[in-house]
Write a protein that binds this ligand. Structure first.
Ligand code: ZN
Length: 274
């Protein structure tokens, strides 16, 4: 078990967690709250563009931890797969523009496509964009998603599968993201975290609500569910990861809250449950 965190130095918040805030507002509120890290979702800078977003982020002094998200490689035609790769190359360029050292990949899936085929297409897609990532000096990480998303979001559902892809592709620019929401149930989690070692590029936290009322937008505040977040943080740290801990909560409920109150709740829960 890891020691409790006693300050906010490793705290990073995803702009999706405070989805109602514009990027500008998120920068203001995070700074005001003493949150040092930000992970930026693409739609938060769609209107102003990556260059302008990069300028404002740099001026803010916030640490840009990653860009969410690239991926969605599988498709039923070669033309669509090529389009997806081009799109990912643009996303890598955006990451460079906003000062993000990492693009998190939600790898994709196509309803009806056999999962083994989707996984093959994911490996091929990542292989195709890795040279672009290396040239831009932007890392990529495969984020396994909970199997409930295996139909249309991500055919990579365990850390073992993600680690296997990293082993196959052998690039210093490719690693994994461990998100407790997606992986907490996995009996192989501890050993696969150890296996991932220094290829753990990022670590996401929230909690699993019982009951979960919506498959996508009902994630819980840390401590509001059944995940042993601190236990998993301990494994990730034993594996060598000492980076930011990213609070990523999609929640129709919290998005109704006053977002400043939500940020204060995140800070309280951080000290007790992360
Ligand atoms: Zn995540």
């Amino acid at each position: 078990m890891a020691e409790a965190l006693t300050d906010y130095r490793r705290l990073c918040v995803h702009t999706m967690t405070t989805k109602p805030l514009t990027l500008e507002e998120a920068i203001t509120e995070y700074t005001r709250a003493g949150i040092p890290g930000i992970t930026v979702w693409r739609h938060h800078f769609e209107a102003m563009g990556a260059e302008e977003a990069g300028k404002r982020l740099q001026e803010s002094g916030l640490r840009v931890v990653s860009l969410c998200r690239g991926g969605f490689f599988p498709a039923s035609s070669a033309r669509e797969r090529e389009e997806a790769r081009d799109q990912n190359r643009r996303i890598i360029d955006e990451a460079a523009a906003i000062g993000a050292p990492l693009v998190v990949l939600v790898c994709g899936a196509v309803p009806g496509m056999p999962l083994a085929e989707a996984r093959r297409q994911i490996v091929d897609g990542i292989a195709a964009i890795l040279p672009h990532a290396a040239a831009a000096e932007v890392k990529l990480s495969i984020e396994p998603l909970h199997p409930m998303y295996a139909d249309d979001r991500c055919a990579v559902n365990t850390l073992e599968q993600a680690n296997n892809m990293v082993s196959t592709l052998q690039s210093p620019w490719l690693g994994v993201t461990v998100d407790v929401y997606h992986c907490w149930w996995d009996p192989m989690l501890k050993s696969e975290i150890a296996r991932a070692g220094n290829r753990i590029f990022s670590f996401h936290v929230c909690d699993w609500r019982t009951p979960t009322r919506d498959l996508l937008n009902d994630r819980g505040m840390m401590g509001a569910g059944c995940i042993d977040i601190r236990g998993i943080r301990g494994w990730v740290e034993e594996a060598g990861f000492k980076g930011p801990v990213e609070v990523e909560i999609f929640s129709d409920e919290y998005w109704q809250w006053d977002q400043r109150a939500l940020i204060e709740q995140i800070k309280r829960s951080w000290l007790v449950y992360v």
